[in-house]
Design a protein around this ligand. Structure first.
Ligand SMILES: [Cu+2]
Length: 381
């Protein structure tokens, strides 16, 4: 019972934090509680009854749900469900544990894929096993704080949001429940991405169609874990207990962990992503809070939309590209050699010391023309 009381106390304090945030008076400091408060004046509802409806089961990253690259037929209403899960998450091989806030249990949340002109209809569920209020801000949506103003749900509630996907590209979504809750929830893992494909698929900006054989979704996450007097990472009973210490680390702007898909090593070794020589991959890479600079060691960005927006022609042949914090980028690459490729944030301290490294394991025939070892290491002649 004592634990239970602590939990309730924590919840009250955190709710109070949300209310207090309104004092700052900025639009981000408090989220409207209703459609009316969000300034949504109900107009004539679009008649969507004639549109086909598709229900999509989302897949945990780096996987992506099955989808058509070129749209079949006209616009659809695409139904997704995200269930919010507050859960402990081990983020390194020291066993460092954060009280993560997640969409569907994974960091990042799953990648959603639709086509330009489709309607996204999202059911957001906040089960009563959670302690906090949450919502969702889609950078791909227009109005009401990206939907954040219409989706604030308490534990035990669900809400349904529909928006029209008018702009093609890869976009971040994240929780944004107001004031200091916004960065806290985002750096606790509560972010993901949506890809709005052009109806006729991707192209190189000069009319040449581009397609991919495999798609991977990488969400890069900065974590800010407090340390004790001996320099060891601290663990806490609950997210609420960790909040004030974590805020102090957050304000240094120096992450203790910078990882792909929720934990150092989540996409390396046994967990490496796989492909074959000759296959083309699309990597969607999001960072909801902080700039990053992906690099594929031993390969290139054949076509890169570094800010992820498909109406801009992709850059070609890149060695490293820049994704600004709060955006998702996309890169297309055809593997030409077998082997292990490291895909890193090319701040190499972040890659090696903080965790931002993934692996691709590629099978196929080695091309001696592209590279060969002319002489093995041997004594200097
Ligand atoms: Cu949240």
């Amino acid at each position: 019972m004592e634990d239970h009381d602590d939990i309730n106390l924590g919840r009250r304090n955190l709710m109070a934090g949300v209310a207090l945030a309104g004092v700052f008076g900025t639009v981000l400091a408090s989220v409207p509680a209703s459609a009316e408060d969000a300034g949504v004046v109900t107009g004539p509802a679009p008649d969507l009854s004639t549109l086909p409806r598709v229900k999509v089961d989302l897949v945990a990253p780096p996987g992506v749900h099955a989808h058509d690259q070129i749209a079949v037929g006209g616009p659809k209403v695409v139904e997704f469900t995200l269930t919010i899960e507050e859960k402990p998450l081990v983020i390194d091989d020291l066993g460092t544990t954060v009280h993560a806030m997640t969409f569907n249990g994974s960091v990042p949340g799953p990648l959603m894929v639709v086509h330009e002109g489709d309607y996204v209809e999202l059911t957001l569920i906040n089960p009563d096993t959670n302690m906090l209020q949450h919502n969702i801000d889609f950078h791909s949506a227009t109005g009401a704080l990206g939907g954040g103003g219409l989706t604030l749900v308490n534990p035990g509630e669900q809400v349904k949001l529909r928006f029209k996907a008018t702009r093609p590209g890869t976009f971040v979504y994240h929780c944004a429940p107001g004031g200091p809750m916004i960065p806290w929830h985002v750096v606790s893992g509560m972010n993901g991405a949506i890809m709005v494909l052009p109806r006729d698929g991707l192209n190189d900006g000069h009319g040449k169609p581009l397609h991919y054989d495999r798609i991977f979704y990488i969400g890069e996450q900065d974590f800010y874990i407090p340390k004790d007097a001996d320099g060891n990472f601290k663990t806490y009973e609950s997210a609420g207990d960790a909040y004030s210490d974590m805020l102090e680390v957050m304000k240094t702007l120096t992450p203790t962990h910078e990882v792909f898909n929720g934990a150092a090593g989540a996409l390396t070794g046994e967990n490496a992503m796989t492909a074959n020589v000759g296959e083309t991959i699309l990597v969607v890479h999001s960072q909801a809070n902080r700039d990053t600079r992906p690099h594929l060691i031993g390969g290139h960005g054949d076509y890169v939309w570094n800010t992820g927006k498909f109406r801009n022609a992709p850059e070609v042949d890149l060695e490293t590209w820049h994704i600004p914090g709060g955006a998702a980028g996309a890169m297309l690459y055809t593997f030409l050699q077998p082997g292990i490729y490291a895909y890193v944030n090319h701040n190499l301290i972040e890659a090696v010391e903080l965790g931002a490294t993934a692996h691709f394991k590629v099978e196929g025939e080695w091309n001696d023309d592209l590279m060969t070892q002319v002489q093995a290491p041997s004594p200097i002649a």
